[in-house]
Design a protein around this ligand. Structure first.
Ligand code: ADP
Ligand code: MG
Length: 252
């Protein structure tokens, strides 16, 4: 059975059909890119999967369970984590404090209660995202690349079984909205290698992009969205040959 099953997902904004009947399935542990030009509906798709927006119709099953109608927190409880196109972090706090907040699931009322347990738990995520050297840096002072890596670390730390005081293991779906956008080429490469590593650890990953260059060597498969509809689906080298993709999207 496919881990994620999306059927005929629709979301309109007035007359704009942001998602106009989108259907696809993802196999567990695959790393899949959702590409398409600006306005194609990629972020809307993520918001409908993670719960920030309600779909108007359609069905979404994750690990066999329906997701639509659940809150973002309930979806996270079932293993659906996400990042945003613009990194969402606490700017005035340090890298470590940002992670500690997620790991302690917002249960803390004062910073001085950020305890040793959450500091220890944070180490694994700092290491996974190459953030140890800047653990005490204030987020506002980070490069954009480091901020994007912190956001990814926070998404990983947000799963129920990563958090302090919870133990339920859940199948993990990670939705990354333009993880490499705005990054310099070297940072882009680092970020995409980290994304691939997360997928190799058994997480099902769906990420958006508008360039094919963050797809080759990273994605197992590519879905192409245009004007709210999927127009191509295949391995990166197949999709790059698709005449519609070449003409409408790659401009060739
Ligand atoms: P992408 O992420 O692929 O660039 P989006 O999902 O952000 O595309 O947008 C798809 C379409 O839906 C666009 O035409 C956009 O203007 C519209 N749209 C997205 N969010 C909203 C919103 N909250 N209100 C009105 N229109 C929206
Ligand atoms: Mg977007």
């Amino acid at each position: 059975m496919m881990a994620l099953q999306v059927r005929d997902l629709k979301r309109h904004f007035g007359g704009v059909r942001a998602l106009d009947g989108v259907s696809f399935e993802l196999a567990a542990g695959h790393c899949v890119a959702l590409i398409g030009p600006n306005g194609a509906g990629k972020s809307t798709c993520f918001a409908c999967l993670a719960g920030q927006l309600q779909a108007q119709s359609g069905q979404v099953l994750w690990a066999g369970q329906p997701l639509l109608g659940l809150s973002p927190a309930q979806r996270l409880q079932r293993g659906v984590a996400r990042t945003f196109q613009v990194a969402q972090t606490f700017e005035a706090l340090t890298v470590l404090q940002n992670l500690q907040l997620v790991l302690s699931a917002g249960k803390l009322s004062w910073w001085d209660r950020l305890d040793q347990r959450s500091a220890q738990a944070a180490e694994a995520f700092l290491e996974a995202m190459d953030l140890q050297p800047m653990r005490h840096a204030v987020v506002a002072d980070l490069s954009y690349g480091a901020k994007k890596r912190l956001e990814l670390a926070m998404a990983l730390a947000g799963w129920p079984d990563a958090r302090i005081g919870t133990s339920a293991e859940v199948p993990r779906l990670l939705l990354l909205d333009e993880p490499a956008a705005g990054l310099a080429p070297a940072e882009r490469q680092t970020m995409m290698a980290l994304v691939r590593r997360v997928a190799d650890s058994g997480v099902t990953v769906l990420y958006t992009e508008h360039n094919m260059d963050a797809v080759f060597g990273v994605a197992d498969r590519v879905l192409v969205l245009m004007q709210g509809r999927l127009v191509a689906d295949g391995r990166p080298e197949q999709v790059a040959q698709d005449p519609r993709v070449r003409q409408d999207y790659l401009g060739q």
